[in-house]
Design a protein around this ligand. Structure first.
Ligand SMILES: [Zn+2]
Ligand SMILES: [Zn+2]
Length: 255
């Protein structure tokens, strides 16, 4: 694994280390392409302040720092500027208009909350509620269909603990939608090293049967994550279910 599109910065309030430390650590670990995809600032229509993302006024600094580092490291590391961003339908039009002023190379979809975050539900909370599974899958598909995203991060974030047949039906639908759009789905290495509910083998079995294309994501929240990412385990999971893994993700510029 030499290319990673899933990297955070301390602006999201739950990651450590400077941009330079992420870059140096990635180079030491043998990466030749590094995409930063910190949690996107979001234009909510109230005084709600999300504590897991940068503020809208911080996006300029994020881009400026990365543009300067891109020049400095040219020839040693290819640097891409992206964001990990939920699809929140109520705010999406304003949100995408806002992003047009920034030099973004790509977006990845990470649907951490259902509905619109303010009135929403955390996607990773264990649930037996089919309605929430339906909402998660529908929201991911709608997001991907916007054409603005380059891949779906941790597609198996939803912690549905109900009937496996129901899980199968919805997740198959998600995989088919991604295939139609030719978008890869991410095997999240941070979830693997931290023992989260994802990557979920039940999901990747379905993804394998559906012929999904996979991409590995470090989801670095600490520069050391490049050293410790369980790359071999990620590739083993992909091989177990017959998934094709790509490194060269076709990046779609959202601007
Ligand atoms: Zn995060
Ligand atoms: Zn992430």
């Amino acid at each position: 694994m030499q290319k990673n599109y899933h990297t955070h910065t301390p602006r999201c309030h739950h990651a450590d280390g400077s941009e330079r430390e992420y870059i140096e650590s990635a180079i030491d670990a043998g990466f030749i392409l590094l995409g930063f995809s910190d949690h996107a600032p979001y234009l909510f229509d109230s005084d709600y302040v999300s504590r897991i993302r940068m503020l809208p006024e911080e996006l300029r600094g994020y881009c400026d720092v990365l543009l300067a580092l891109r020049e400095e490291y040219r020839g040693r590391l290819e640097l891409k500027i992206g964001l990990e961003m939920e699809y929140y339908p109520r705010f999406f039009a304003d949100q995408t208009a806002f992003l047009k002023d920034y030099p973004l190379d790509y977006l990845i979809l990470g649907q951490h909350a259902l509905f619109n975050e303010l009135d929403g539900v955390f996607s990773g909370r264990p649930t037996e509620d089919e309605k929430l599974l339906d909402q998660y899958v529908g929201q991911c598909i709608d997001g991907l269909q916007s054409g603005l995203y380059s891949y779906l991060a941790h597609p198996d974030l939803i912690a549905y603990v109900g009937d496996p047949k129901i899980y199968d039906r919805y997740m198959r639908k998600l995989c088919r939608a991604a295939n139609e759009l030719r978008l890869p789905l991410e095997i999240n290495l941070l979830g693997m090293s931290e023992g989260k509910q994802y990557p979920n083998p039940a999901f990747w079995r379905i993804a394998g049967e559906e012929g999904v294309t996979a991409v590995l994501g470090v989801d670095a929240h600490d520069p050391r994550d490049f050293q410790t990412a369980p790359i071999a385990d990620g590739l083993r999971l992909a091989a177990e279910f017959g998934l094709r893994v790509i490194e060269d993700v076709p990046l779609r510029s959202p601007v």
